[in-house]
Ligand binder design. Sequence first.
Ligand SMILES: C[S@@+](CC[C@H](N)C(=O)[O-])C[C@H]1O[C@@H](n2cnc3c(N)ncnc32)[C@H](O)[C@@H]1O
Length: 363
Amino acid sequence: MLQQDQITRSTDYDALACRFSCHLKKYLQDKYLEAIISGTLKYQLLAIDSEYKRLAVRRQLSKQFFGLFDGTGKAKLTAKLPVVLKSPVINRGTWIRTRAIDLVVDKWLAAKTATPVQIIILGCGSDTRGMRLLENNSNLTVVEIDFEETCRIKKYSILDQELLRSAVGAQPEPEPTTVEQFNASSAALDTPRYHLVPLDLRQLHSMTQLPAVDPSLPTLVLSECCVCYMEDVESDRVLQFLRENLAEAVLVVYDPIGGESPGNYGEIMLKNLSMRGIQMPSLLKYSTIEKQHERLQKLGFESTNVSDLSYIYSHWIPEDELAAINRLELLDELEELNLINRHYCLIVSSWGSPWHLPLPSQI
Ligand SMILES: C[S@@+](CC[C@H](N)C(=O)[O-])C[C@H]1O[C@@H](n2cnc3c(N)ncnc32)[C@H](O)[C@@H]1O
């Protein structure tokens, strides 16, 4: 795997650590989270063939997950809080991101209870949303796609623990014990209602690569911080491919947007990302919600809801819920939170059979 792709993959652990912090602070409840982190750490370490590198990664992962997992990935959650978690502003941002996507997905599912449906998650990483959705929606099939290495770690994390196995309806399988066996094993997982597809999305060119997807079913495609890591032509190709091959679908894209002002947020964000070697080609090109909207229109999508997270924070969340969130921890940096939230967008588009999200849209 290319070094650049390894770096892109590693962004999943940032998202996972942010969700874990939110979970510990009770912004979000996710009964699968501890198990998936445990497995992710265990199998990420098993995938590394150099002892020296393994030690370095173990140290780094331990720090990333607040020292709450031991070197084999076992949780040490009996350790007394407070440990230092993410800052209130990061927790609030992660919460609104997750909550906004949950709202869209739940409203779409609520409109589709009478028919079998599927959700395709692009760049799923170690997210557990698919598991949570399977639990509450018996008409749903979930197809998750990510790089092979990420899928292999997720697959064995799922198979390793009864809680996760039963969430996706998988049977136990003998697990590879050496690095060589592990890295040579299949990264795919298929159960009647859950499919984990190891695929570099930039290589997606035929529906034969997605045998689990039924193109005739109503589909929700979710890209939560995924297409932003691809070159524009590549992400356009992926989105266009789905547009052409799925009869009736809703596309939900959550992406950072760089903004327009001089010395803008996007330039600073790119500088920070580049220090870690991360590239985000679309950040300045599609720097506003209007530009993201135009981009999707050009690709033939009909966007029905285009908003930034600051708008969503103040227009989608009921007041009593916001009040409960405000009580979780003190947030002094409200201005900073608004600034950050203005630099993330959520776009809902549909084709085939138009679906309008029953929530206000910024444009
Ligand atoms: C920031 S993480 C987000 C993970 C998850 N969607 C979430 O929000 O928690 C980005 C994910 O997209 C995946 N990704 C990026 N480019 C990809 C590609 N070309 N093919 C498959 N997966 C990709 C990465 O491996 C990573 O898991």
